[in-house]
Design a protein around this ligand. Structure first.
Ligand SMILES: NC(=O)c1ccc[n+]([C@@H]2O[C@H](COP(=O)([O-])OP(=O)(O)OC[C@H]3O[C@@H](n4cnc5c(N)ncnc54)[C@H](OP(=O)(O)O)[C@@H]3O)[C@@H](O)[C@H]2O)c1
Length: 280
């Protein structure tokens, strides 16, 4: 049975991906901080696919913590598992203009969106099975700089570059490294101000199920990168070739976007990790 690790498995996209992989009979390790949500997801997947009940595990882990990689490796060591697929779906964003991005918001985005996928990939390379795949989840904002998202854009652009460079470094005999690039998606990542902005600007918003379906198509293909949605795909190309045109288009909306970026999100607390419930 093939074994996949999904970070951010309790989130909108991670959960939809977990459902698709379970439907295809994958054994799964679900990772996020909130053990209660992971445990619930495992229960639901086990009910939907009884044959997989013993094949789905979860690990409550703050991936930005210094000992997170050691903890994951020791878990894998105990289970003696090699890894066929890693989906880096954990991520966070703070929609705010740069002056309102405090150090902790900046650090959290840099750590979770960029440092963690790099460290986790490095840690897992020795236990990746032959023919295995690593999927990083980027963002349209990793290819198009957007007001209110300067830090997030920088982390995702870094992730895109990491994914491309590593794919070239590992070559055809190493694990396949690919990049999935969603556009706006209806998940908790987008707090009220982002939703309100997307509505006001008429931005298309995908369902997590659509993103999961694109990910399954990416896995089934030989593609290294898969961008989701028009007109975003077009603007990504235009931004690479004629960025001044995109400067102009986004510039015309700058004041409106920055207005939304000043709306404060409701405080969302990081879940506390109960040590005795860290894994199952
Ligand atoms: N939604 C969009 O519009 C959109 C668009 C393009 C790209 N993306 C990318 O898609 C990926 C998934 O996003 P999403 O929309 O599904 O977000 P989401 O619903 O907010 O899910 C984020 C996931 O990451 C986990 N997480 C957060 N901080 C963590 C930490 N320190 N350690 C471990 N896990 C952590 C969360 O669980 P806990 O809180 O329990 O830890 C949750 O499972 C992200 O990389 C995001 O940047 C999203």
């Amino acid at each position: 049975m093939k074994f996949a690790i999904i970070t951010g498995a309790s989130g909108g996209i991670g959960r939809a991906v977990a459902e698709r992989l379970a439907a295809e009979g994958w054994s799964l390790l679900l990772i996020a901080r909130d053990g209660a949500r992971l445990s619930q997801l495992r229960l639901e997947l086990g009910e939907a696919y009884p044959a997989l009940r013993e094949q789905i595990a979860w690990l409550a882990l703050d991936l930005t913590a210094l000992d997170a990689m050691d903890e994951l490796l020791s878990y894998l060591g105990e289970t003696q598992q090699t890894v066929d697929l890693v989906i880096h779906a954990a991520g966070c964003q703070r929609f705010a203009c740069l002056g309102d991005q405090d150090d902790s918001a900046m650090e959290q985005q840099l750590a979770l969106n960029l440092r963690v996928p790099m460290q986790l990939t490095r840690s897992l390379l020795p236990v990746m099975a032959p023919g295995s795949t690593i999927v990083t989840v980027g963002s349209t904002f990793g290819a198009i700089g957007y007001p209110g998202f300067s830090v997030y854009c920088a982390t995702k652009a870094g992730l895109h570059a990491f994914s491309e460079a590593l794919a070239r470094e590992l070559g055809p005999d190493g694990p396949r490294v690919c990049l999935l690039v969603p556009r706006a998606t209806a998940t908790e990542l987008n707090h009220g101000a982002v939703d309100a902005m997307n509505q006001a600007l008429g931005t298309a918003v995908d369902s997590p199920a659509r993103v999961a379906s694109e990910l399954m198509q990416l896995l089934a293909s030989r593609q290294r990168r898969r961008f989701i949605g028009w007109p975003e795909k077009f603007f990504v190309r235009l931004n690479a070739l004629l960025p001044w045109l995109v400067d102009r288009a986004i510039g015309a909306q700058r004041e409106q976007i920055c207005g939304f970026a000043t709306i404060r999100p409701a405080a969302r607390q990081a879940p506390v990790l109960p040590t005795e419930e860290k894994q199952s």
